[in-house]
Design a protein around this ligand. Structure first.
Ligand code: NAP
Length: 322
């Protein structure tokens, strides 16, 4: 039982994030009624089959009627259209939030569409997997993960406290940031690594034609780690790249410069430069373990973490979109 409970929560988008929310909301008794909306009849059918909510519709406006909390969990490029769909059906005083991986663009798309009698508070849970769809979700997804809220000027204090309490009950640790700062930080820690992974796999795929499947057969753990990132949902990551363009281009520029100097050190057999860099980066890894973000096992703690989650989907049931 928790102190925070909404009469009705509407979830727009019921993929990995939306369905994880549905599960934790049910488990922690955070809503009297959960209404679910998604774009396709197929996903709606899956959500109904999994009994993720109390009512189901493909009509976003219908889902948000009388809702006290509305959570939008669709690829960031779709946020503006969703805001337009729901704008005239929102209850006065409702909290409207999202989970999108970019924040400035979501605010620019949604804020002009929403009426000023609702509380719009953008958010981003830093929690996910490479799987998509309602079957991929699990109630512990947000446990001990950060959720970053990026309130806009003039945000109602009470609404912010309520949203804070909601995410805390879902298991998250809360931080607040300016949207532009969020986008810069996430460009470095999340967007750049995904882009590098997509690129490495693209190169390996081209090479594959020369090496006759040997890239796959002999894929070492370093390469395998990249394959997990590069298996992430293409629609979500297309939208992240298009909607956090400036920050990502800034990070890619820095990355390319650093890569060129690494390349130079290798070409000129500058062992000292290589040793100094690898020592510095190793210390960063140690720092990450120290703050408890990873465990010190050869699989980067992934298996250990997965096994701890009681209803984590069997990867076979998770879904990659093709
Ligand atoms: P997902 O599993 O692919 O689910 C996406 C949901 O959004 C589905 O209900 C889908 O509906 C709907 N949808 C897709 N495109 C849409 C569009 N153009 N307009 C309206 N609805 C659309 O995605 P997810 O992983 O839950 O990601 C949802 C959001 O969470 C994204 O903004 C992402 O940036 C953010 N996020 C993701 C992660 C992660 O690791 N996956 C982590 C943190 C935040 P149909 O299936 O019915 O078409």
């Amino acid at each position: 039982m928790s102190d925070i409970k909404f009469d009705k929560i509407a979830l727009i988008g019921i993929g990995l994030i939306g369905s994880s929310l549905a599960r934790v909301i049910r488990e922690k008794n955070l809503a009297g009624h959960i209404s679910i909306a998604t774009r396709s009849e197929k996903t709606l059918y899956e959500a109904r089959e999994l009994v993720l909510g109390d009512s189901y519709t493909v009509n976003n406006a219908e889902a948000v009627k009388d809702a006290d909390l509305v959570i939008i969990s669709v690829p960031v490029g779709g946020s503006g259209a969703v805001a337009r769909d729901i704008a005239h059906s929102l209850k006065s005083g409702a909290i409207v939030t999202d989970v999108g991986s970019t924040k400035a663009s979501v605010i620019a798309q949604m804020q002009p569409e929403l009426p000023d009698y609702v509380h719009f508070i953008p958010g981003h849970p830093i929690a996910g997997t490479e799987f998509s769809g309602p079957r991929a979700g699990f109630s512990e997804l947000f446990t001990n993960r950060w959720c970053i809220l990026t309130p806009i000027p003039g945000t109602d204090k009470k609404a912010l406290e309520q949203l804070n309490a909601f995410w805390t009950t879902c298991g998250s640790k809360i931080d607040q940031m300016d949207p532009a700062h969020h986008d810069l930080v996430l460009a470095m820690v999340s967007h750049l690594p995904h882009i590098i992974a997509y690129n490495i796999l693209g190169t390996a795929n081209d090479l594959e034609k020369i090496t006759n499947s040997q890239v796959i057969v002999y894929s070492a753990s370093g390469f395998r780690d990249f394959t997990r990132l590069a298996a992430s949902d293409p629609a979500m990551w297309r939208d992240v790249c298009l909607h956090n363009r400036d920050a990502i281009l800034e990070m890619l520029g820095r990355f390319s410069e650093d890569l060129a100097s690494l390349q130079r050190a290798i070409r000129w057999k500058d062992g000292n430069a290589l040793f100094e860099l690898f020592t510095r980066t190793r210390a960063i890894r140690h720092d990450i373990i120290e703050v408890g973000k990873e465990v010190n096992t050869s699989d980067f703690g992934r298996q250990t973490v997965i096994n701890e989650k009681k209803d984590t989907p069997d990867p076979k049931h998770g879904k990659y979109k093709r």
